[in-house]
Design a protein around this ligand. Structure first.
Ligand code: TLP
Length: 343
C-alpha cells in the first residue's frame, strides 16, 4: 500500500460512517425535509456558535456561496495572497459573485491588520467598495499554520470599524482548535460566516457546512440551488458528517503528532530542507534542491505519494489513513532517495 500524503481529503469513510449511512432517516433536502441534514446543520450551528448552518457539497462551494451572499456585484473582497479562495477556486469570486479581489501578504497566513485596513475601499462612485475580508485558518499554502485568535479579533475590529463582513475559510479550523486546545467556537467567534469542511481531517467522504446568521443562510440556500448544489437524499452524506463532528475531532491530534515526527525525520536529509518548529498541525512543507516534480516522481515510484506546491516545494499531509508506521516508512524512503542524490 502506498503512503498517501497528498492531502487529508483522501481518507475513506469509517465503519461507523457506513453504518450511519445505512440507517439515516432521509428526506428531500431541496424541499428542506431531510431530518439527517437538519440534524447536521443544527449541530454545526451550535458548535460554531452561529444561528444557522447549511450542508454544502464542498469547501469551494461553501466559500463561493459566502462571497456571493456577502458581496454586491462590482464590490471587492480582501484575501491573503496565497489563500485557497484566490489560488484554488477557479477564479470563483470573479466568475460567480462578480467581485474584485485584493490581496494582502502575510506572515505564514497571519495578515497584518494595518495592511488589511489600508486595502479597504470606502463607497464612492469610482470604487469597488470593500464588502468582505476573508481569512484562512489553518492556512493551507503556509503549511497548516495557525492564525492566532488575537489576530482574528483584530480583523473583527477592522470589519466593524469599516462596516465590512468577515468570513472564515475554516476548511481545517478544527485542526487549529485542537492544536490550540480551545473549542471550535473560539476560532469561529470573530466571524460573520464560517465554512467548515467535513471531508478533510474529519474523514467524511463529501461535504462542508457553511455557518452564519439565519438570514445569510437563507440567501445562501438560493445560491446553493443556483450553483447546482441542491442535493436530494443528502442525509446519506450528512450521516457521515454527524460522525465527523461527534467522533473525529479529537483524533486530529494524532495527525499533528505524525506531522511532527515526519518533519523531524526529514530534517537534515541531503537535498531537502524542513522546519519542524514551523509544523503546527498536519502539514509538512519540504523545500527541495532538485525540482519538486522530480522528487514527486521518484517518491511515487517508491510508494510515497505527495504533491508539489511550488517549483521546489513538496507538501506532505498527515491524516487518519496514515499511521505512525507509515510515516516512518515515508521517512525511510526519503532517506534512501536522498542518499542516492548524494552519490
Ligand atoms: N484544499 C485541497 C486542494 O484544493 C488544494 C487540499 O488538498 O488541500 N479551503 C481550504 C483551505 C482548502 O485547503 C480546501 C481544499 C478547500 C477550501 C476546498 O475544499 P473542497 O476540496 O471541498 O472544495
Amino acid at each position: 500500500m502506498p503512503v498517501d500524503l497528498r492531502s487529508d481529503t483522501v481518507t475513506r469513510p469509517t465503519p461507523e460512517m457506513y453504518a450511519a449511512m445505512q440507517t439515516a432517516p432521509l428526506g428531500d433536502d431541496v424541499l428542506q425535509d431531510d431530518p439527517t441534514v437538519q440534524e447536521l446543520e443544527a449541530l454545526a450551528a451550535e458548535m460554531s456558535g452561529k444561528e444557522a448552518a447549511m450542508f454544502v457539497s464542498s469547501g469551494t462551494q461553501s466559500n463561493q456561496i459566502a462571497i456571493a451572499v456577502h458581496c454586491e456585484r462590482g464590490s471587492s473582497i480582501i484575501a491573503e495572497e496565497e489563500s485557497h479562495i484566490l489560488y484554488y477556486e477557479g477564479g470563483g469570486p470573479a466568475v460567480i459573485a462578480g467581485v474584485v479581489s485584493w490581496t494582502v501578504p502575510s506572515n505564514r497566513g497571519t495578515m497584518d491588520p494595518e495592511a488589511i485596513e489600508k486595502r479597504i475601499l470606502t463607497e464612492d462612485i469610482h470604487r469597488p467598495a470593500t464588502s468582505l475580508i476573508c481569512v484562512e485558518n489553518t492556512h493551507n499554502r503556509h503549511g497548516g499554520a495557525i492564525v492566532p485568535i488575537e489576530a482574528l479579533w483584530a480583523y473583527r475590529e477592522i470589519s466593524d470599524r469599516n462596516g465590512v463582513k468577515l468570513h472564515l475559510d475554516g476548511a481545517r479550523a478544527f485542526n487549529a482548535s485542537v492544536a490550540l486546545g480551545v473549542p471550535i467556537s473560539e476560532v469561529t467567534a470573530p466571524f460573520d460566516s464560517v465554512s467548515l469542511c467535513l471531508s478533510k481531517g474529519l474523514r467524511s467522504p463529501v461535504g462542508s457546512v457553511l455557518c452564519g446568521p439565519a438570514d445569510f443562510i437563507e440567501k445562501g440556500r438560493k445560491w446553493r440551488k443556483r450553483l447546482g448544489g441542491g442535493m436530494r437524499q443528502a442525509g446519506i452524506l450528512a450521516a457521515c458528517g454527524l460522525v465527523s463532528l461527534r467522533q473525529m475531532i479529537d483524533r486530529l491530534a494524532e495527525d499533528h503528532a505524525n506531522a511532527n515526527i515526519l518533519a523531524n525525520g526529514l530534517q537534515g536529509q541531503n537535498g531537502l530542507t524542513t522546519h519542524p518548529h514551523l509544523v503546527e498541525t498536519n502539514m509538512v512543507m519540504v523545500d527541495t534542491v532538485a525540482p519538486a516534480a522530480e522528487w514527486q516522481a521518484r517518491l511515487q515510484a517508491a510508494g510515497v505519494w505527495c504533491f508539489p506546491v511550488a517549483k521546489n516545494r513538496l507538501r506532505l499531509v498527515t491524516h487518519a489513513d496514515v499511521s505512525t508506521a507509515d510515516v516512518q516508512n515515508a521517512i525511510d524512503v526519503f532517506s534512501e532517495l536522498s542518499r542516492q542524490t548524494a552519490r
